[in-house]
Design a protein around this ligand. Structure first.
Ligand SMILES: C[S@@+](CC[C@H](N)C(=O)[O-])C[C@H]1O[C@@H](n2cnc3c(N)ncnc32)[C@H](O)[C@@H]1O
Length: 455
């Protein structure tokens, strides 16, 4: 038996076979196998099979099924255990566990409205026809020199792509007609069914792959936002490029890009009427902060504007850092930024928020209230309003309930927002009796901006 280095997490256990019980210590060998440490002469040898391994986890005993010593490691014969979960969180996680849920998942099919099922069947058939067509063109292009292939693909994307976009638009209109009167529970059930049936197509589009897999745990992460801001063809194959480009051209995506112009405009209106120096700006849930490049217009802005960028996600802050560095490099001027890695929850819990974050002449939050319930939204609005200096202004963005892309986002992208009407938006500010408020829309008409000014 060799001792594991002290720093290697180790669990005590017993290997059992018939009446034989061998005390062992195990460490992680790989995600799916364990190293076993045992006393010499204990009966453990290469190829030995054991009925079970009983492990002593920090809070309980766990029984792992049949296993064998293979190439010096313990591998499991009837289950696929996640050995990382054993050591990282002290939990037994069986990768085959999803099979227990399979009957339930498959049974979902029975509760799908026949019209919806027909719709999905036709849609997947049509998409496969389009995909085959575009894949065949890709094959032809692959035999050409890169410059020729690039030129031909450009034509393909604009000409045949245009037809494909019209097809997608028609299918989306049909989706709206089909589901518009669904209850929230029906939306959830049919959306789930839709995404299972459409999974291979959803994984073909960069934006849908990201929104569906949610590698940061939520939709609307910095990478998704950048895909929307960039509005480019992404992917190697024509079909993938088109299936990505279509959603990033939609009204709701255009509304995101419109923020880049509108927020700086609103900031400059407040700046023009203010004598504050520095002029302090807070962005809550800043994401990649692409709007900042239009904040810095005159030389004076670099001396006067002081930014505080807050986000719960380190990766979003890293993307924002990239945006700030780019502006600073271009102008060859430093930019004054305070970075805050906090969540809304922390803001709400903090009693004296001003001493933590400071006070501001301009506060804005875009793409954030769309995730907050009315009580949380109201509480956050109140907290942020307290941070405004007299004469300061705050702007909150929220998608309107009539967002024409809402079912595209919910069904295809698994991206569900908290939509609001004008009245619901104004109600968030109802407790702030001393605030002057205005409600405006962007050109797309699907993004609302509630502006609150502190007298
Ligand atoms: C849809 S993006 C919007 C980003 C940016 N404001 C924009 O308009 O491009 C949402 C951002 O909110 C951040 N976020 C989501 N929930 C949050 C929370 N509870 N606290 C702080 N930030 C949050 C995410 O990390 C993400 O960067």
């Amino acid at each position: 038996m060799t001792a594991a280095p002290l720093s290697v997490p180790t669990l005590p256990g017993v290997l059992e076979q018939g009446g034989l019980k061998v005390p062992v210590k195990v460490t992680r060998a790989s995600k799916l196998s364990l190293n076993v440490l045992y006393e010499p002469g204990s009966g453990v040898r290469e190829g030995a099979v054991f009925e079970r391994l009983i492990l002593q986890l920090p809070d309980r005993e766990a029984i792992l099924s049949r296993c064998r010593i293979e190439a010096g490691q313990l591998v499991f014969l009837d289950d696929v255990f996640d050995c990382d979960a054993l050591f990282k969180v002290g939990r037994v996680s069986n990768l085959l566990g999803f099979m227990n849920e399979l009957p339930l998942v498959l049974a979902q099919r029975e509760r799908i409205k026949p019209q919806f099922r027909d719709y999905v069947a036709e849609l997947t058939y049509d998409l496969s026809v389009y995909k085959k067509f575009f894949d065949e063109q890709d094959r032809v292009l692959s035999k050409e020199a890169p410059a020729v292939a690039a030129a031909a693909q450009k034509v393909l994307l604009s000409r045949a792509g245009g037809e494909f976009f019209k097809f997608m638009d028609r299918r989306l209109e049909e989706l709206t007609e089909l589901v518009d009167d669904f209850t929230p529970e029906e939306h959830e059930r049919h959306g789930y069914y839709f995404r299972r049936a459409m999974w291979p197509y959803l994984m073909a589009a960069a934006i849908m792959q990201r929104t569906n897999l949610k590698p940061r745990g939520y939709a609307g992460d910095a990478v998704m936002m950048e895909l929307i801001y960039d509005n480019k063809y992404v992917g190697r194959y024509a079909f993938n490029k088109l299936l990505h480009k279509h959603p990033v051209e939609q009204t709701a995506a255009q509304a995101v890009r419109n923020r880049r112009v509108l927020v700086p405009k609103m900031m400059r209106e407040t700046l023009a009427g203010s004598s504050a120096h520095p002029f302090r700006i807070l962005s809550v849930a800043c994401g990649p902060a692409r709007e900042l490049d239009a904040f810095f217009v005159d030389d004076e802005d670099y001396d006067r504007l002081k930014l505080t960028l807050l986000d719960q996600d380190e990766e979003a802050l890293a993307a924002a850092r990239g945006s700030v560095e780019q502006i600073s490099r271009r102008a060859q001027r430093p930019i004054d930024v305070a970075w805050v890695n906090d969540s809304v929850r922390t803001l709400l819990r903090t009693r004296d928020l001003a001493s933590r974050l400071g006070r501001f002449e301009f506060i804005y939050t875009m793409g954030m209230f769309d995730y907050l319930t009315p009580p949380v939204g109201k509480a956050l609005l109140g907290k942020l309003f307290e941070l405004l200096t007299p004469g300061g202004a705050m702007v909150i963005g929220n998608y309107h309930a009539t967002n024409p892309s809402r079912y595209y986002m919910a069904y295809w992208h698994d991206w569900v927002l908290y939509y609001r009407t004008e009245a619901e938006m104004l109600d968030l500010a109802a407790p702030l009796s001393n605030a002057r408020h205005t409600l405006t829309f962007d050109d797309s008409g699907c993004q609302m901006f509630l502006k609150l000014e502190r007298p």
